[in-house]
Ligand binder design. Structure first.
Ligand code: NDP
Ligand code: MG
Length: 384
């Protein structure tokens, strides 16, 4: 049927996943063919009953068994493990995959989906950070489009409509600055897990919230932008914009700057990625300019928040260094959430892992996962 959007969602129980389903609630012509979770089978069961997907995956094997019994009265096939997530990503009938899983777990299912010629609505930035060189090549080979869901990248993409990529001079990636903007290293040494889990403007999953506070998230976004828009890291400029109204900008060769503005709400980028190139009506959350007496832009403090500097190094060097940056962060954030390391240790451990692990140029998928393991091992070892 024309105007029908057939989608599948990996990571449907998370922040982006549930908001994607809220977008689908507004548009019955968005059909859900697959859903997946790591372990939250309570929510996944509700989603299965409501959206009636063909297939649903649970990474945790025991939980998958439990769910299978619970939903045995439905027609949804329950699969498990990482292979199960790949099955959801490649399910028949869907032509677009929303990659809403967190971490490097997004890489394999995204690659499998591309090989099945499914377009990608990409929230999982870690996929491009670790495997950008492979994923972009495969997209060309299979004629697949990546539609950004990350709000900044969606803003850039929207600011590119009607223009030629070749005319881009610079990308200006805005950053809220997170909850600790303006703080000194000394003040940061006292930050607790609870402090780091509070974001001033956005309501997101735990990992991306902590990454936003360290500016690791912005760093991952620099690398993501490099692959998505085919620019050099030196053409990407990060600016702190506390109000999160200008979601990012593109400066062209004639010095003209295009920007996309809106209330901080992920539903617009999610909806745009699904229904592109249409701009369908959206209820609520209009941007009220009268609420803002000023919009401010400042340079980021890359000395205090030097994770951003490390990300630029990783983007410039390439190879397996971005995988080390990403995986060291994933491990360090996990240790921080278990209260085993301090807040400042996160960035310190990423830097040390980058120094210790030798770069592999043009790594294969297998090598990326070996580097991931090594980075996690090094971080755990140094944290002890
Ligand atoms: P959440 O932590 O809220 O959700 C993650 C989802 O992935 C859940 O469905 C979770 O299942 C599942 N999951 C967790 N670990 C694994 C794993 N190892 N393998 C397979 N599935 C797994 O994350 P967010 O929605 O916040 O973020 C998702 C992605 O989107 C990230 O890459 C993030 O950087 C990006 N992003 C998020 C934004 C946001 O506003 N949240 C904004 C821009 C980008 P379960 O519920 O069972 O744990
Ligand atoms: Mg973002």
């Amino acid at each position: 049927m024309e105007n029908e959007h057939n989608i599948t969602i990996i990571g449907s129980t998370g922040s982006i996943g549930t908001q994607t389903l809220e977008v689908a609630d507004e548009y019955p012509n968005i059909k859900i063919h697959g859903l997946s979770a790591q372990s939250n089978i309570e929510l996944l069961e509700k989603q299965i009953r409501k959206y009636k997907p063909k297939v649903a995956a649970v990474v945790d094997e025991e939980k998958a068994k439990e769910l299978k019994i619970k939903v045995s009265d439905t027609n949804t096939k329950i699969v498990s493990g990482n292979e199960g997530v790949c099955e959801v990503a490649t399910v028949d009938g869907a032509d677009l995959v929303v990659t809403a899983v967190v971490g490097i777990s997004g890489l394999k299912p995204t690659i499998e989906a591309i090989k099945q010629k499914k377009n990608i609505a990409l929230a999982n930035k870690e996929t491009l950070v670790t495997g950008g060189h492979i994923v972009t090549k495969l997209c060309k080979q299979y004629g697949v489009e990546i539609l950004p869901v990350d709000s900044e990248h969606s803003a850039i993409f929207q600011s590119m409509q009607g223009f030629d990529k070749k005319d881009i001079k610079k990308i200006i990636l805005t950053a809220s600055g997170g909850p600790f903007f303006g703080k000194t290293k000394d003040e940061l040494s006292k930050v607790t897990l609870e402090d780091a889990l509070k974001h001033p403007n956005w309501n997101m999953g735990a990992k991306v919230t902590i990454d936003s506070s360290t500016l690791v998230n912005k760093g991952l976004e620099v690398i993501e932008a490099k692959w998505l828009f085919g620019v050099d890291a030196s053409q990407i400029k990060v600016l702190v914009h506390r109000q999160s109204v200008v979601h990012s900008m593109v400066e062209y060769k004639d010095n003209g700057v295009m920007a996309q503005l809106g209330a901080p709400d992920m539903k617009l980028p999610i909806q745009y990625a699904i229904t592109y190139p249409k701009r369908l009506p959206m209820r609520g959350n209009e941007l009220d300019f009268s609420k803002y007496s000023s919009l401010t832009f400042q340079e980021p403090d890359m000395e205090t928040f030097y994770a951003l500097k490390l990300a630029y190094d990783a983007a410039r060097i390439g190879g397996s260094v971005p995988t080390v940056f990403n995986s060291a962060d994933e491990e360090a954030v996990e240790l921080f959430r278990q209260r085993k390391i301090s807040y400042l240790d996160i960035t310190r451990l990423i830097g040390e892992a980058m120094e210790r692990i030798e770069n592999i140029e043009n790594p294969s998928i297998e090598q990326i996962f070996e580097v991931e393991k090594e980075a996690r091992r090094v971080v755990r070892e140094m944290a002890d």
